[in-house]
Design a protein around this ligand. Structure first.
Ligand code: FBP
Length: 553
């Protein structure tokens, strides 16, 4: 097999030893807290999850002696959904944790995401494989996928595959939907009494899997730091050349956590927040006017440049657009007639004929390219793939048109030249920051202790994250605790509540208090620079501004 070529930094990172909470550094004792209940719809969730509902929160404390497990076990691990920096460290933490308990323990990786479990595609993860991936970005050690684990036949296939391999527990590393499915699987396996435990791990760069017990999902820290570096570089360029407005769309799916965090790190002239747009029931034109006002004002001070951050999911939070997208989702669901049409014009005419008058008008008013992007294939959950919709280009076009009108009226006297950017894939596989490397490794070790104690239906949790790693608190949170009932594909389903940006929360309030000052003529840009792995703690080990502000309260 061809050996992997490595950069000097990759080689140095291989020997980085992640920092861990004191409680995980030796033998561990599990302390059970109070019984729990779900965040909402308690009766319904309890009825649906009779075996995993109400379990206590678990805290890990140091114990006497060395980690030990008498009988060896086999464990399987799955990476689910979009890549997030640190996934490999969850797996190496899991591996080291298992081997410390009993060197005979084995770890199997299911290949290509949840489908690996269903189809029985796996690989044993041995020390030499793990060592090659320590502290690296990406999910390529075993690959990831977006197959949903939700059908009984899939769960039954999983039992068969696990029994063949002697697997006693599965760890699912994923976002809110994957952890929802992890809990459904845990409940099913308890009902079937097949002896297979299921443990979840909170992953997603989007930052929307968080709650009272899970302070942040892994990957958010590194991804935001990488995007903020790029934004800072662009701002320095803008402030040097003084001739472009940069419209920068940032990944994050529905929630605007990434855009908000990057704004806190880099202080752009404008940062749109989808949740605010929705709360204020803003139209596309309102957003355009808001941007135009800042551009005109800066132009009046001779500044024809700036930066605007746009959350990926913005378009879905504009109420009229949401209705249009919903109508398109319903129309596109299993629509063979539409799929069979050839050419963009035929498709456009068909779509127009199917929409309600208000949505049809909005659809017609959009640039053709954007309208076409709205009708592209949906993801496995039936959602529009917002990463494919070039909202930044839509805004450039609309802002440009409005400024041309204002110029004709003599109101706008400046120049408007815009460039578009989309940052998403650039950060999802970056080498994990020290924070993510440490956090993920601890999540992996924590998962092994939950498994060793026979727990199932739990999410691995590590808290107190703004403190030094030694003071972090490891434990387990029953996944049912995060559940509520939501309408999905026309049916009410138990799901983990997604955390959108809280407009009363400290991070958004900070943006609100400072954004006028960032927009005005006294440029306030911050240039964060690249993620640093070696050097002083204040440079290398800082958590996100979001976490710090949230925990200051
Ligand atoms: P997850 O929820 O699976 O972690 O997705 C993260 C994400 O990067 C989103 O921000 C983005 O919208 C989506 O994945 C892109 O999906 P894909 O990887 O399929 O292009």
């Amino acid at each position: 097999m061809k050996t992997m070529q490595k950069s000097p930094l990759q080689i140095a990172r291989q020997s980085y030893q992640p920092k861990m909470p004191v409680a995980l550094q030796g033998a561990v004792r599990l302390v059970e807290g109070e019984k729990t209940h779900s965040v909402a719809d308690q009766e319904e969730i309890q009825r649906l999850f009779p075996n995993t509902y109400g379990m206590p929160i678990i805290k890990m404390e140091p114990a006497e002696g060395k980690p030990h497990m008498a009988e060896p076990i086999n464990v399987g691990v799955i990476l689910s959904g979009g890549q997030a920096p640190g996934g490999h460290n969850v797996i190496s933490g899991l591996f080291d944790g298992l081997k410390a308990l009993n060197p005979q323990n084995k770890l199997y990786g299911f290949l290509g995401g949840p489908s690996g479990l269903i189809d029985g595609k796996y690989q044993e993860l041995t020390a030499d494989i793990i060592d090659d991936y320590r502290n690296t970005g990406g999910f390529d050690i075993i690959g990831s996928g977006r197959t949903k684990l939700e059908e009984t036949w899939q769960f039954d296939n999983g039992i068969k595959v696990c029994q063949d391999l002697g697997i006693k527990a599965i760890v699912i590393i994923g976002g809110d939907d994957s952890n929802t499915n992890a809990c459904v699987l845990a409940e099913y396996y308890l009902q079937k009494q097949c002896g297979i435990q299921v443990i979840g791990c909170p992953k997603t760069i989007d930052g929307d899997l968080k709650n009272e017990m899970i302070e942040t999902s892994f990957g958010f820290d590194t991804a935001c730091k990488v995007y903020s570096e790029l934004i800072g570089n662009i701002q320095r360029d803008a402030n040097s050349a003084k001739k472009y407005w940069h419209f920068i769309r940032l990944m994050g799916r529905s929630a605007s956590h990434i855009a908000l965090e990057c704004a806190l790190q880099s202080q752009p002239n404008i940062c749109l927040i989808s949740e605010e747009v929705e709360a204020k029931k803003m139209t596309l034109n309102d957003i355009v006017e808001q941007i135009v006002e800042v551009i005109v004002d800066r132009a009046n001070h001779g500044l024809n440049f700036g930066t605007i951050l746009i959350p990926e999911g913005l378009i879905e939070f504009i109420p009229a657009m949401r209705v249009l997208i919903q109508e398109l989702n319903d129309m596109l669901a299993a629509n063979e007639e539409f799929a069979a049409l050839e050419g963009d014009d035929a498709k456009r005419e068909y779509v127009k004929s199917m929409l309600t008058p208000a949505s049809c008008e909005l659809y017609r008013s959009l640039p053709k390219g954007i309208a076409r992007q709205l009708t592209l294939e949906r993801d496995p959950h039936g959602n529009v793939m917002v990463s494919l919709i070039e909202t930044e280009k839509l805004l450039i076009e609309m802002v440009g048109k409005r400024l041309a009108q204002l110029k004709a009226q003599g109101v706008f006297k400046g120049k408007f030249s815009a460039l578009n950017h989309f940052f998403g894939y650039e950060g999802r596989c970056a080498i994990p920051s020290n924070f993510d490397a440490d956090y993920c490794y601890s999540l992996g070790v924590t998962a092994t202790h939950l498994i060793a104690a026979g727990k199932t239906g739990y999410m691995s949790s590590v808290k107190n994250l703004t403190r030094p790693a030694a003071e972090w608190i490891a434990g387990g949170v029953p996944i049912t605790m995060m559940f509520n009932m939501e309408r999905r594909n026309g049916k009410m389903k138990p799901v983990i509540q997604k955390a959108l940006v809280d407009l009363n929360g400290a991070p958004f309030r900070y943006l609100k208090e400072h954004r006028a000052e960032w927009a005005d003529a006294n440029t306030s840009y911050i240039y964060p620079g690249p993620v640093q792995y070696y050097g002083p703690t204040e440079v290398c080990d800082q958590p996100t501004h979001t976490l710090k502000l949230e925990q200051e309260k």
